[in-house]
Design a protein around this ligand. Structure first.
Ligand SMILES: NC(=O)c1ccc[n+]([C@@H]2O[C@H](COP(=O)([O-])OP(=O)(O)OC[C@H]3O[C@@H](n4cnc5c(N)ncnc54)[C@H](O)[C@@H]3O)[C@@H](O)[C@H]2O)c1
Ligand SMILES: O=C(O)C[C@H](O)C(=O)O
Length: 339
């Protein structure tokens, strides 16, 4: 009995050693915030992370000390702007997740966050371009439709742009869509896999319910589409001035980060997630970035899936999304390229 227990504990240690040699340094920028803390907690559970590096302008030493007592194998470090903290946090990173920035209050659109968040994301992207130019950068900070082009333009200016490594995290839209459809159709969520394309704000969020394998009445389609497009507003309203989605976003952000690590670090094939990336899908319409399902591989974006069959209602949703998306993207680009 004792011998068996001893052998199994040795085997467990051997496994964790080999697992950690195949693991990455991951930074969370904005790690002390409403999303940053639970996201970091979820990432602390990943055996594909060897070093979880937490950066924020405040409070990361405490968050890092707390998480570092969890008995998973990753090292946790906390950094603030003191003592070259951002450089320390980023050097050697393979993945950087950015939830740094202010959240909405009731009555605001995501675009209303642009004035504050654009410069936060720009400065963090500049640091990434300098200290970990090959890292995969996962942008959570809103407005995602503009902050992703901001990161891309900063990387272009620094001469280190790789479109396969910059991602807007739109996972929360499919997480919500799955939950909402499962409620309506009274099925388990694993039978409610919904493709959502476009961007991450209001009408730019385009659910393709016709591809779900479920049938819906016209009223259900309209109600579900509206709820998926404006799900973020439900949370903002319910939090009543105390911010926007944090816990569901941490869940969604961890899902995307883990999927990326499965593809990049563990070398798994066929990992598909929706994400807002540089894309040719609507290039003819002048849209440079677009969210679709994307197969992830060792170098990030492996294959951008086509939109597939859409019905007339969904064609209308896409037509409404395109001009808004183009405006959001151009706004981010010109923020960096203005004279
Ligand atoms: N992509 C999505 O689906 C999605 C979902 C929810 C929220 N968001 C966005 O995520 C962002 C963060 O939301 P939150 O609720 O965590 O906000 P929060 O205010 O709770 O946390 C933000 C954190 O960012 C930090 N921060 C500010 N400036 C920084 C800088 N220069 N460097 C490093 N850290 C900095 C703050 O100190 C704070 O700890 C918001 O912009 C929100 O709109 C996106
Ligand atoms: O709604 C917000 O402002 C936060 C986030 O983009 C969301 O979709 O919950």
């Amino acid at each position: 009995m004792f011998a068996t227990r001893q052998i199994s504990s040795i085997a467990k240690r051997a496994f964790s050693t080999s697992a950690s040699s195949n693991a990455a340094k991951v930074a969370v920028l904005g790690a002390a915030g409403g999303i940053g803390q639970p996201l970091s907690l979820l990432l602390k559970q990943s055996s594909l992370i060897s070093h979880l590096s937490l950066y924020d302008i405040v409070n990361t030493p405490g968050v890092a000390a707390d998480l570092s007592h969890i008995n998973t194998d990753s090292k946790v470090t906390g950094h603030t702007p003191d003592n070259n903290g951002l450089k320390e946090a980023l050097t050697g990173c393979e993945v950087v997740v950015i939830p740094a920035g202010v959240p909405r209050k009731p009555g605001m659109t995501r675009d209303d966050l642009f004035n504050t968040n654009a410069s936060i994301v720009r400065d963090l992207a500049q640091a990434c371009a300098e200290h970990c130019p090959k890292a995969h950068v996962l942008v959570i900070a809103n407005p995602v439709n503009s902050t992703v082009p901001i990161v891309a333009e900063v990387f272009k200016k620094a001469g280190v742009f790789d479109p396969k490594r910059i991602f807007g995290v739109t996972t929360l839209d499919v997480v919500r869509a799955s939950r909402f459809v499962a409620e309506v159709k009274k099925v388990p969520t694993d039978q409610a896999k919904i493709t959502v394309i476009g961007g991450h704000s209001g009408v730019t969020i385009v659910p393709l319910l016709s591809q779900s394998g479920h049938s819906f009445t016209e009223e259900e389609v309209k109600a579900l589409t509206h709820r998926i497009q404006f799900g973020g507003d439900e949370v903002v309203k319910a939090k009543n001035g105390a911010g926007s989605a944090t816990l569901s976003m941490a869940f969604a952000g961890a899902r995307f980060t883990n999927s990326l690590l499965e593809a990049t670090v563990a070398g798994k094939k066929g990992i598909v997630e929706p994400t807002f990336v540089k894309s040719d899908v609507f290039a003819k319409e002048g849209v440079e970035y677009f969210a679709t399902n994307v197969e992830l591989g060792p170098n990030g974006v492996e294959k951008i899936h086509p939109v597939g069959n859409v019905n007339e209602y969904e064609k209308g949703l896409i037509s409404a999304a395109i001009p808004e998306l183009k405006g959001n993207i151009a706004k981010g680009q010109s923020f960096i390229n203005k004279a």
